[in-house]
Design a protein around this ligand. Structure first.
Ligand SMILES: [Zn+2]
Length: 314
């Protein structure tokens, strides 16, 4: 077993990534390796008092049970929890997460009491960038963007080696306007990047263009693009153009040398990345052209990032 020691319990932290549909947890050793991992469905009542603490505690118990089952046990040093939405890392408060139904939820203090170890609260995407910097595709990079494309679009910014926080407000790339007369966005705005270039937006737009009753997955749309389907190609081209426009802005503002594309849409690989590279580079003049690559850690980035934040407390 990796990390196991016949001499006694292994030292590890727990990293927990709370998403709208799934919670992922892992015991992470000092090298950043997930020694044990578990994924459970997100309980429906996570916004009610104490529910988040109970859910995280249950996962940590389960992970420790797995370690015990392997016969090596674990000495838990700390716990990191990452959540989506607006997060105030300094106060340990999840300020707002629309799809999880909470507002100003104290996370760190009650968890610290329940687990009796130091607890860090972080933002899922910023923590994912931390993991990519320490363990993944952004090692030895000082200026980078991490852009997961999924149901929504988020962005974490690494500038001069520091991940920008700004009280939780930094990096909302999904809500820059790319089509002034575009669709209404969940944020209340119109024509946000998220309404054009997220996986969900591509799925909706293709279903409408092709006259389908129900949306098909973005991976199916990508395959149709490769096959030369005209509706899929039109939807894809529009999504890539809008994403490129937003990335040109972000690169111009931050000087990023590396753009890591993550999330479900990144699994389409070069079908997305090749035209995106061309469009971004065509939109730059004097700026440094960034390398645009797929993120390395996939859907484990948040969980491993939570582990990084936890180790930072020890
Ligand atoms: Zn918006």
């Amino acid at each position: 077993m990796p990390g196991a020691s016949p001499q006694g319990p292994i030292e590890a932290v727990a990293g927990v990534d709370i998403g709208g549909t799934r919670i992922k947890g892992a015991l992470v050793d000092r090298s950043g390796r997930a020694v044990h991992a578990v994924t459970v469905p997100t309980p429906p009542d996570l916004g009610s008092p104490g529910a988040l603490t109970r859910a995280v505690t249950r996962i940590v118990d389960e992970l420790q049970g797995m370690a015990d089952g392997m016969g090596h046990g674990v000495r838990l040093r700390a716990c990191g929890v990452v959540v989506p939405g607006l997060v105030d890392e300094d106060r340990g408060v999840a300020v707002r997460a629309a799809n999880l139904g909470w507002r100003d939820l104290e996370v760190r203090a009650p968890l610290q009491e329940a687990l009796a170890v130091p607890v860090a609260l972080g933002h899922d995407v910023r923590a994912g960038l931390v993991a990519e910097v320490r363990l993944g595709a952004a090692r030895d990079v000082e200026n980078a963007l991490f852009v997961p494309l999924g149901t929504g679009i988020a962005c974490a910014l690494l500038v001069d080696g520091r991940v920008l926080h700004a009280g939780g407000y930094a990096g909302e790339l999904g809500h820059v306007q790319v089509e002034p007369a575009g669709l209404r966005c969940g944020c209340g705005g119109r024509g946000c990047l998220e309404t054009v270039s997220s996986a969900a937006a591509i799925e909706r737009a293709y279903a409408a263009a092709a006259g389908l009753g129900a949306a098909v997955g973005a991976d199916v749309v990508a395959a149709l693009v490769v096959a030369g389907d005209p509706h899929a190609t039109a939807v894809w081209d529009r999504a890539v153009a809008a994403l490129a426009r937003a990335l040109v802005m972000a690169v111009t503002l931050t000087g990023a040398r590396l753009v890591l594309v993550g999330g479900g849409l990144a699994t389409s690989g070069d079908v997305l990345l090749d035209p995106l590279r061309r469009a971004v580079h065509a939109g730059l003049t004097f700026q440094r052209a960034p390398t645009i690559e797929r993120a390395a850690l996939g859907d484990r980035a948040g969980c491993l990032g939570a582990g990084c934040l936890a180790w930072d407390l020890t």
